[in-house]
Design a protein around this ligand. Sequence first.
Ligand SMILES: Cc1cc2nc3c(=O)[nH]c(=O)nc-3n(C[C@H](O)[C@H](O)[C@H](O)COP(=O)(O)OP(=O)(O)OC[C@H]3O[C@@H](n4cnc5c(N)ncnc54)[C@H](O)[C@@H]3O)c2cc1C
Length: 405
Amino acid sequence: MGKIDKVLIAGGGPVGVVTGLYLARNGIPVQLFDMAPKPPEDHRAATLQPSTLDLFEELGLTDTILEQGFKSRYFQWRDRVANEIVAEFDYGRLSDISRHPYVIQLEQHKTVYIALEAAKAYPDLFKIERPVEVVAVRQGADHVECDVRNADGETVTHRGSYLIGCDGGRSITRKTTGASFEGFTWPERFNIVSTPVDLGKIHGFRMRNYCSHPDRWVSLMQVPGEDGKGLWRCVFPAKEHESDEEVMSDDWINARFLECMNAGPYPIVHRNMYNVHQRVAGNFRNGRIVLAGDSAHVNNPIGGMGMNSGFQDGITLARKLIEIDHGADADPLLERYDRQRRLTAIEYVQAQSIANKRLLEEKDPAVRAERMADLRKTVSDPNKHLEYVKRASLISMWEKSEEIA
Ligand SMILES: Cc1cc2nc3c(=O)[nH]c(=O)nc-3n(C[C@H](O)[C@H](O)[C@H](O)COP(=O)(O)OP(=O)(O)OC[C@H]3O[C@@H](n4cnc5c(N)ncnc54)[C@H](O)[C@@H]3O)c2cc1C
């Protein structure tokens, strides 16, 4: 009999479900709680990085993800001012270090459903309750507890050995542990818009593209869409003085298509505004309560790193809990988790996603020219190109995290 009775997981988003699946596959009972009646289908993460596809093989998820998603080997940086393609990065260069030298474009909720399906193989070990809200968490010397409120307003207390907060950016778990959430919120909001029109075919885009402009940059990517025929998602930044109503209007969106692609209007099947934050929790662990995914760190979506780094958190933590279950001392392992994942969240995801956004929106013409020249140099030098895609694919993040003692 192991040392862990049960692991409670607040939040059944991508990170909670994958972490729970990893634990259940290794014989540790998990109980997840999620306040949403089903995985939300709002347009969030769309990119599964090579590092994730490699890690997911162990969970038996990668083959289904490959079947359902779109494979994308290249991504483009464009300069909208000069109207040119500046650099095309090739994940194929990762073929000696990853079994998946490409990304898979697949909507976040589909990844969650694939993981939930896999978890059905462990009905006694993997349990998920929804819609229920975790309203309080606390811990004693040898256990954790959480109060969970159901749709009728009844509150039930659950007990376990550890609690993982996978309850997203507004995490009640993080707030309860008292961890700070240091960082900042960008002044502009992003409008994410989808169209079924094949922008790749019309405009020569790769499946992932970042088009820089001092005023009106755009990031574009293709996802399979519900019918699997392809949907193009465009992220347009809204200016601070533009109202939500204006930014969500057909006129505003079509003005962006015209400006960025000299084309349109295009049919719009989805639009959504959101605020963008760069924040990292001051501590990922407080006793038996540990944070993973967005509850521990949030970042802008340029580069497709947030969810992928959350999966790395979840798998790193699950491996440690398995060691604890086999008799290892918990404190040094959980402290190492905090060191590994907090440092790499700052040095890789925060640093890269902030650099990506600044590169997209650089206003000073001289600095822009320098940055574009740097991109050209990087892409044409084999060693720099490889280093760049190792970082972009979060392989460097994983290697660094594993190196931290
Ligand atoms: C527009 C956009 C595009 C993005 N693109 C990418 C991308 O391409 N690649 C990438 O890697 N990342 C991307 N991200 C980031 C990615 O979506 C997040 O990093 C990811 O959702 C984090 O997963 P999570 O499980 O940690 O948290 P969440 O997905 O936020 O899940 C948290 C879950 O906890 C539940 N919950 C919250 N509070 C409670 C409570 N008190 N009780 C019970 N349940 C609770 C919620 O219902 C939810 O299901 C993008 C984000 C946005 C907004």
